[in-house]
Design a protein around this ligand. Structure first.
Ligand code: HEM
Length: 241
């Protein structure tokens, strides 16, 4: 059994990433697979980004965050939520940032510390600990959007012609793993140290915060389940060749 240090998980981004990466079997091969998707995904980015903002404008609980002034945006804001449209200046600004984010995810060749810090910053900016202090997007919406964006990307890759199933399988597995890594770098900012530090120190210890303890185990079980589903999908796709 390999020892993993709770305190390091809570304080050291590289250590935390390495642990999650090892758990879900993320490797440099996955980075290469994402890089190889650039010619497929880049031309689709305007459509993907438009779909994301259409989705976020579908519900008042998500649209409302774009009515507040976003960090780094200095243009005009409309005077009412109803006047905020998908073509508003701030939304163009947000679409541009999302497009740059997705481009960076698929083109980054070395996941060095500065790239990990960028992924972590993307998580943090949605809480009131980062970016605009008045913007605190509840995690439920982040979770939903992660699922939605992953779905769009997998659908796009699956629909590409002239690519064999083995390559598509690798792409789907890597995209899926990426989203779970990004998800961890969101949840880290939402549930903070309770995401790692309240496990019992020995077999007899009783966790001080039972609900966080349960949530912590729930996350690990979810990781394991996703990995298992990915393997089953992989075998299925492999069998279709
Ligand atoms: C798939 C999940 C999400 C991803 C990948 C994502 C990505 C991003 C990125 C790349 C930025 C800019 C970061 C920077 O400035 O460096 C950002 C900012 C922002 N996002 Fe998201 N986002 C997600 C979910 C959401 C959701 C669900 C909402 C609202 C319902 C939202 C609202 C915002 C807002 C308001 C900002 C600006 C924050 C500020 O200025 O402080 N995001 N997001």
């Amino acid at each position: 059994m390999e020892h993993i240090d709770d305190d390091q998980l809570a304080t050291n981004l590289r250590y935390r990433f390495d642990y999650v990466a090892k758990f879900i079997r993320w490797s440099n091969d996955d980075i290469a697979v994402l890089n190889s998707l650039e010619p497929i995904v880049s031309p689709l980015l305007p459509v993907v980004v438009d779909a994301v903002y259409k989705k976020l404008f579908q519900f008042d609980v998500t649209k409302r965050f774009f009515f507040k002034r976003n960090e780094g945006f200095e243009g005009n804001l409309p005077s009412s939520l109803n006047d905020l449209t998908l073509n508003s200046e701030q939304i163009q600004f947000r679409k541009d940032m999302l497009s740059r984010y997705l481009t960076r995810v698929i083109t980054t060749k070395v996941w060095d510390d500065s790239f990990l810090q960028y992924l972590s910053r993307v998580g943090k900016i949605h809480t009131n600990n980062g970016g605009s202090k008045s913007i605190n997007v509840p995690y439920i919406h982040v979770n939903a959007l992660l699922g939605y964006v992953e779905h769009i990307l997998i659908d796009a890759v699956w629909g590409v012609e002239n690519v064999d199933n083995k390559t598509k399988k690798a792409a789907i597995l890597s995209i899926n793993k990426f989203f779970w890594i990004q998800n961890d770098l969101f949840t880290m900012h939402y549930i903070g140290s309770s995401s790692v530090s309240n496990a019992p120190k020995d077999d007899t210890a009783i966790p001080s915060n039972t609900s966080s303890f349960a949530f912590n185990h729930h996350l690990l079980m979810t990781f394991a389940l996703v990995a298992a589903i990915a393997v089953v999908i992989g075998y299925y796709i492999g069998g279709q060749k």
